[in-house]
Ligand binder design. Structure first.
Ligand code: XUL
Length: 525
């Protein structure tokens, strides 16, 4: 028996992947789309629409129903009694609020009733704020002020106080509904909530997901009393323990063996957040490999050789669940991703082929023509600029050189990414590209040239679930995680792109770019 199950409870769906560890194959997968398959929760995209003042919430019962539908479906595709290791990941930052009944109820679930009907009475808050919630600006300011400023919050927790992070969300709940807060005996993340449900006991929070709360200290990897006190009263006793991502949380509860045919007592590894799980699922859990995901916003993440926080306060530090020695990972978001590339393309009425061709018509370094491609407010650096800055010839600055503008946009994006991620002190050997624009070789070439590292596309899809399945196999079945990553995370054949120019080509450009970025409002901390 060498099957490992990885679960992924994300914003819009709950998915699962089962790997056969001995054969190195993915043997089954399933997914439940919240909006389509659970319309009774009124969440077409996984959250309740039209929240006021930036509130974005989901119903945690929906996550439970989806988990049951998923296991039901998975059981039709694969013999679940062969699963001998389980773990999962949840969308980061989202929180579930439970009353004192939770502690008894979670250990006595009856398999002839649903999870959601049995656990509904244990909720002290009917809905859960998720990572898309931006309602907590005032609370972020208050927390930062109390502990002595954002630079302190960032040095302690790995991130400045941020709206979507759990601590500010908890503070808002305490302020707006003190009675509900008082009635709350336990606050879980999506990940630790689902892990608790699987083991039938109150689970710890792992350092990977826990660091997304503005409450965990990244030096001690434990709750930080100053941050706790600044967030809400009596918070310590409402939180579970914090543990490294490679421990066993417990054994699968009888509810699941009775109802879905799992063997009894399957070990469940502690759950983590979706991004830390994806780091493992992309085969990048050891330092030296970077992941760049090209999407609506571009995201950069990597295992870090040591624990450092971004002095500029733009990046995040999370625990690395793939590291044996309690290491860390970084994550940084760049708001001006695909939409900026598309804005330049559309400005000239180009299609994507013409966009790609522009790189063949222009030299690396773009003859010194530069663009700070912030079409909308940027998060790295944090600026409100909503119009790009162009510097070069008059014709270029007046948008009369389409090909140069396209190259300048993409070079600007990745010069910016390199500058903003310097704090991570990484020595990349390889950059794994993923996301919609990853298939564009011209963009991949710019990334290879600017970062001076080879770029590869991975065949992996569903990296969050795959990361979970590999973590479970590593922790419970004694498999070496690096070997699992080598087996399951292979680059797409022929996708390797090597740098074509040396580092000197972008040195001056990087300095000039940095100068153009010194704008009012760029300093956060
Ligand atoms: C990371 C973040 C999102 C969520 C949902 O900080 O907010 O990536 O984890 O995927």
């Amino acid at each position: 028996m060498s099957y490992a199950l990885g679960l992924d409870s994300s914003t819009q769906s709950c998915s699962a992947l089962i790997i056969d560890v001995e054969n190195g194959t993915v043997i089954a997968g399933a997914s439940v789309n919240f909006g389509e398959q659970l319309p009774q929760y009124n969440a077409p995209s996984g959250f309740i629409p039209s929240g006021k003042n930036g509130e974005v919430h989901s119903d945690p019962r929906m996550w439970l129903d989806a988990l049951e539908m998923l296991l039901e479906d998975l059981g039709k595709k694969c013999d679940l009694s062969k699963v001998s290791a389980i773990t999962g990941a949840g969308q980061q930052h989202g929180s579930v609020y439970l009353n004192a009944q939770w502690f008894d109820k979670i250990g006595t679930l009856a398999s002839d009733q649903t999870l959601s009907e049995q656990l509904a009475p244990t909720l002290s808050r009917a809905t859960s704020p998720i990572w898309m919630d931006s309602s907590t600006s005032a609370e972020c300011r208050e927390i930062a002020q109390t502990v002595g400023g954002d630079s302190i919050v960032c040095a302690k927790s790995g991130s400045i106080a941020i709206e979507r992070f759990t601590g500010p969300q908890i503070r808002r709940f305490y302020k707006n509904d003190p009675t509900g807060y008082d009635a709350t005996a336990r606050i879980h993340l999506v990940s630790s909530f689902l892990c608790s449900v699987l083991i039938g006991a109150d689970s710890a929070i792992d350092t990977g997901d826990g660091a997304g709360m503005n409450l965990v200290n990244i030096d001690t990897w434990d709750w930080d009393s100053d941050l706790l006190d600044a967030t809400a009263p009596d918070l310590f006793k409402k939180l579970p323990e914090v543990k490294a991502g490679n421990i066993t949380a417990g054994n699968l509860s009888e509810y699941f063996s009775q109802k879905y045919g799992f063997a009894t007592g399957v070990p469940v590894t502690i759950f983590t957040g979706d991004n830390p799980s994806s780091l493992v699922g992309m085969g990048a859990s050891q330092p030296g490999k970077l992941v760049v995901s090209l999407g609506t916003s571009d995201t950069f993440f990597a295992a870090m050789p040591s624990v450092v926080a971004d002095p500029a306060g733009c990046g995040h530090v999370f625990g690395n669940p793939g590291s044996q020695g309690g290491g860390s990972m970084s994550l940084q978001c760049f708001a001006n991703g695909s939409l900026a590339r598309e804005a330049v393309k559309d400005k000239f009425g180009y299609d994507w082929d013409q966009f790609s061709q522009a790189f063949a018509n222009t030299p690396c370094g773009n003859d010194g023509k530069l663009m700070v491609p912030f079409f909308s407010p940027e998060t790295s650096p944090r600026v409100d600029l909503a119009a790009p800055i162009l510097k070069g010839s008059d014709a270029f600055e007046n948008w009369q050189e389409p090909d140069a503008a396209i190259r300048a946009c993409v070079e600007g994006q990745f010069l910016n990414m390199k500058l903003r991620t310097n704090w991570m002190q990484l020595q990349p050997e390889v950059i794994y590209l993923t996301g919609g624009a990853a298939k564009n070789n011209a963009i991949a070439q710019v990334i290879a040239d600017i970062f001076q590292a080879k770029v590869q596309r991975l065949v992996v899809s569903g990296s969050v679930g795959l990361g979970a399945a590999m973590r479970a196999a590593s922790n419970s079945l004694g498999k070496n995680l690096t070997e699992l990553e080598n087996t399951f995370c292979q680059p797409e054949p022929g996708s390797t792109i090597e740098p074509q120019v040396n580092s000197a080509v972008y040195e001056t450009a990087a300095k000039e770019f940095e100068g153009l970025c010194i704008l009012p409002g760029t300093s956060n901390v």
